[in-house]
Design a protein around this ligand. Structure first.
Ligand SMILES: Cc1cc2nc3c(=O)[nH]c(=O)nc-3n(C[C@H](O)[C@H](O)[C@H](O)COP(=O)(O)OP(=O)(O)OC[C@H]3O[C@@H](n4cnc5c(N)ncnc54)[C@H](O)[C@@H]3O)c2cc1C
Length: 426
């Protein structure tokens, strides 16, 4: 009988989630942050280092959400195109919004190469074309990038694809040379260490149940007691629950699922992905994969289901997707499978700001590895009233829909329709 599959991220084998503080819950703080992921820890660093007493609370372990569960792929992460943003907001603001995506990558690059040890690998990403039409569109876009927003991209025709991936699955693609990868758990640990060294207190196993206005500040009701706070930040992203119905109506939690193969050996992994790059493709229901940080395994992820919280249920569909691309992996064992909840928004932009006195920063649409540390820093600066905290995303409407309260009932049919569209290559 084969060994059971571990229902935890591969990264947790080498790096445990950071410990929570053992101190007693304070009665009063300047800044209380709900959510101890990349966003909350990055904001905490700013406010604590500026001398504001700062408390970060998480209902689970520190970083229990996506920040310990992601794929560690680092890419330009503003989803809407410059053209669609221009149609909505005009060229000047559209340009600045897109620049935020580039600045987020630059910010993480600088942290990861100068301050953190989180296995930064600047190997780039191969973006595989699922159809010939997708290839033609991506080649056109690569050759007509908006001025000032250029990324270092090369077009790879199908005939040269084997240099990128040992598979005929794609119809060519593009290499994004500036993309990179990190070990997500080490990044979490480094951001936690930085926040704590800056003076923040980070507590685990302390769900926040309610936030009430009180005397110009807030009373925050937690399972361990009440804390008075002058300022509050919601950094709950895809885990935004009943605590704030207004935010819950604006983020759509979507399950993202990953598996890791057994160690295959570096030679074999290199033979599959010769440059060690991240790989994503142009399907609507995306898949993403990469070599593990030690180069021994393939870590493969995608939207294998809409709302399934048991990662084991997603092993067979993810395996099928992986074997569709790499038939060579048909007999390998899967050792790890896990799931996390990313936060989509109705306009596919991230959002930060202040609603009824409560600050928030969320909605990275599955691309928060660069965005969350960057925008978390910015919202922390905004809470301090600093001009450098301003972003091009400030003041944008944070849309909801009349039919959406908290249950994303439309996800399953949407995923089905997208799968059908992918299947017919539209
Ligand atoms: C499988 C998977 C793969 C991914 N791959 C990538 C990738 O390759 N590249 C990329 O850019 N992004 C990726 N992402 C997305 C990325 O991980 C997230 O966008 C990012 O980590 C968000 O960070 P965050 O701090 O905002 O939220 P999270 O890390 O999700 O933290 C939110 C926290 O809020 C806490 N919380 C919620 N409510 C309460 C409450 N009431 N009281 C106390 N605490 C509360 C939760 O416990 C949670 O820890 C992936 C996500 C998943 C799940």
């Amino acid at each position: 009988m084969s060994d059971p599959i571990c229902a935890a991220p591969l990264w947790a084998d080498a790096t445990a989630n950071p410990p929570g503080s053992a101190e007693a819950l304070p009665k009063q703080v300047d800044v209380l942050i709900v959510g101890a992921g990349y966003t909350g820890l990055s904001a905490a660093r700013e406010t604590a280092a500026a001398g504001r007493s700062t408390l970060v609370l998480d209902s689970g372990e520190v970083g229990a959400g996506c920040s310990s569960r992601n794929g560690g792929q680092v890419a330009y992460s503003i989803k809407p195109s410059f053209g669609s943003l221009t149609a909505k907001y005009g060229a000047e603001l559209a340009f600045r919004i897109c620049r935020e995506g580039l600045d987020a990558v630059a910010h993480l690059r600088s942290l990861a190469t100068q301050q953190f040890d989180c296995h930064w690998r600047a190997d780039g990403c191969f973006f595989g074309a699922y159809t010939v039409r997708h290839f033609e569109r991506m080649a056109h876009d690569a050759q007509h990038q908006p001025r000032g927003l250029e990324q270092n991209i090369s077009v790879v025709p199908r005939a040269e694809q084997q240099a990128e991936i040992a598979s005929d699955f794609y119809h060519g693609g593009c290499v994004y040379h500036d993309d990179a990868s990190v070990d997500p758990a080490r990044l979490l640990f480094a951001l936690w260490r930085r926040a704590v060294d800056g003076g923040a207190s980070v507590m685990d196993s302390c769900p926040v149940d309610a936030i009430q206005s009180a005397g110009g500040g807030f009373e925050v009701l937690t399972r361990r007691g009440v804390v008075r706070a002058r300022q509050v930040l919601l950094a709950t992203n895809g885990y935004s629950g009943p605590l704030s119905p207004w935010h819950r109506r604006r983020v759509i939690p979507i399950g993202s699922y990953q598996i890791a193969t057994e160690p295959l050996g570096r030679e074999r992994v290199r033979a599959l992905i010769p440059h060690g790059r991240n790989i994503v493709d142009s399907r609507r229901v995306i898949v993403y994969f990469r070599p593990s940080a030690d180069g021994e395994r393939i870590v493969f992820g995608g939207r294998a289901a809409a709302g399934e919280s048991n990662p084991m249920v997603c092993v067979p569909p993810l395996r099928r997707m992986m074997e569709g691309i790499f038939p060579q992996l048909q007999s390998v064992r899967v050792t790890h499978a896990w799931v996390g909840w990313v936060a989509y928004t109705f306009d596919t932009l991230p959002h930060l700001g202040c609603h009824r006195g409560i600050h928030y920063c969320m909605g990275y649409c599955g691309q928060g590895v660069p965005l969350a540390p960057y925008l978390g820093k910015r919202i922390g600066q905004q809470m301090l009233g600093l001009a450098e905290g301003r972003t091009a995303l400030d003041g944008l409407p944070f849309p909801s829909r009349p039919y959406y309260r908290a249950n994303p009932w439309f996800l399953a049919p949407s995923v089905l329709i997208y799968r059908l569209m992918d299947a017919i290559g539209s």
